[in-house]
Design a protein around this ligand. Structure first.
Ligand code: GLY
Length: 361
């Protein structure tokens, strides 16, 4: 069992990591002082497996907990689904001190967090992420959002959870591809922030892929520590937090060009990290050995490093429509060492295009 603290000027919170942690969950809700009415938001896949046991834990802690299921999938991350959750919250009598529990992957966490941020101008919420991607990324840091038909995550807020409970036992029922997508974000943390962590993953690939308890606990905890450290220094992404977008600029373009179907998020980010590494190499920031180590680790963890179905022209146009591009300036997150990131706005177009060409099949 590990605990990681997210230290913020206001609204600091704890991340609890372990296996079968329902005792910790119960003790927290018993002492948290929330109003008795609580709402668990989950989806049709996760709810089938886990909502009864989580309801049971919350009820044993004295809460009058009910569950609302959204349909599984990205299309639920929208205002229409949020409105249905508001309706259920009102109908169930949730007040300003009631808690929403987000039990699921990134979609559930983002939409439930968005509802918590806006219902009655903001009520408490607790993240219970069930996918590896959500455990190491989206459940931590307070980015909550829904999509608009013209763009992903366009409507949202920075709104921190009261606590994050990461139960590694949830991962046992995830399909392998869902594990790989989470590993994409985990490799990112090593590449941008911690050379030793990167080397650990190189040395322990098979144990990580087999979800060996020690290796799994280590990579999840270290990822959360790194995210907590970065968010603690820059909650609203005015500076340092941008490094968490390593691989995401080209990654988002790949997701868009392949209609969000061919690649899941972590896979697209893996290809985007390869692209950013090529830019870093062309600028002379890292050498070809560092690039080869990154590609080799990604491939060892069953992640792609080249994309099908995209063109350089389309991807180049996409990066200027990215939310992170401000006033036509792309903040490229690059590596100046394996384990350290830099943000650059001065990357020449021909280097970007050449690097994009290297990641296309
Ligand atoms: N997923 C990037 C961030 O939370 O800033």
């Amino acid at each position: 069992m590990g605990e990681v603290k997210v230290n913020l000027p206001e609204n600091s919170y704890q991340i609890e990591i372990g296996s079968d942690i329902s005792g910790k969950v119960r003790a927290y809700f018993e002492g948290a002082g929330f109003s008795s009415r609580a709402l668990i938001v989950t989806d049709s896949n996760v709810g089938r497996l886990y909502e009864n046991s989580v309801e049971e834990v919350l009820r044993s802690a004295g809460l009058d907990a009910e569950t609302y299921r959204i349909p599984a999938g990205e299309s639920s991350k929208c205002l229409a689904e949020a409105e249905k959750i508001y309706t259920r919250a009102i109908a169930n009598g949730l007040d300003r001190n009631s808690v929403i529990c987000a039990l699921g992957g990134g979609v559930v966490g983002d939409v439930a967090g968005f509802v918590a941020a806006t219902y009655m101008r903001g009520i408490p919420y607790v993240q219970m992420p069930t996918s590896l991607l959500a455990q190491v990324d989206s459940s931590v840091g307070g980015k909550v959002a829904v999509n608009h038909s013209l763009g992903k995550n366009m409507i949202g807020a920075f709104y921190q959870p009261k606590r994050v409970f990461i139960d590694l036992a949830f991962l046992a029922t995830l399909p392998p591809r869902e594990i790989y997508t989470g590993l994409g974000e985990i490799v990112k943390y090593g590449a941008i922030f911690d050379a030793d962590f990167f080397a650990y993953m190189e040395a322990h690939g098979p144990e990580i892929l087999a979800l060996g308890p020690e290796a799994l606990e280590h990579v999840v905890r270290r990822s959360c520590e790194i995210k907590a450290e970065v968010v603690g220094q820059d909650e609203r992404e005015n500076g340092l937090r941008r490094i968490l977008n390593f691989g995401h600029t080209m990654g988002h373009a790949i997701e868009k060009e392949t209609k969000y179907v061919r690649y899941n998020h972590g896979e697209a980010v893996a290809i985007g990290m390869a692209g950013a590494a090529y830019i870093s190499e062309e600028l002379g920031l890292i050498n070809d050995t560092a690039v080869a180590r990154l590609l080799c680790l990604l491939e060892a963890l069953h992640l792609p490093t080249r994309a099908k179905g995209c063109t350089v022209d389309a991807m180049y146009a996409d990066i200027f429509h990215d939310k992170k591009t401000v006033n036509g300036r792309v903040n490229w997150v690059l590596l100046d060492a394996l384990g350290h990131a830099v943000v650059r706005q001065d990357v020449p177009e021909e280097i970007v295009r050449r690097s994009m060409a290297r990641i296309l099949e």
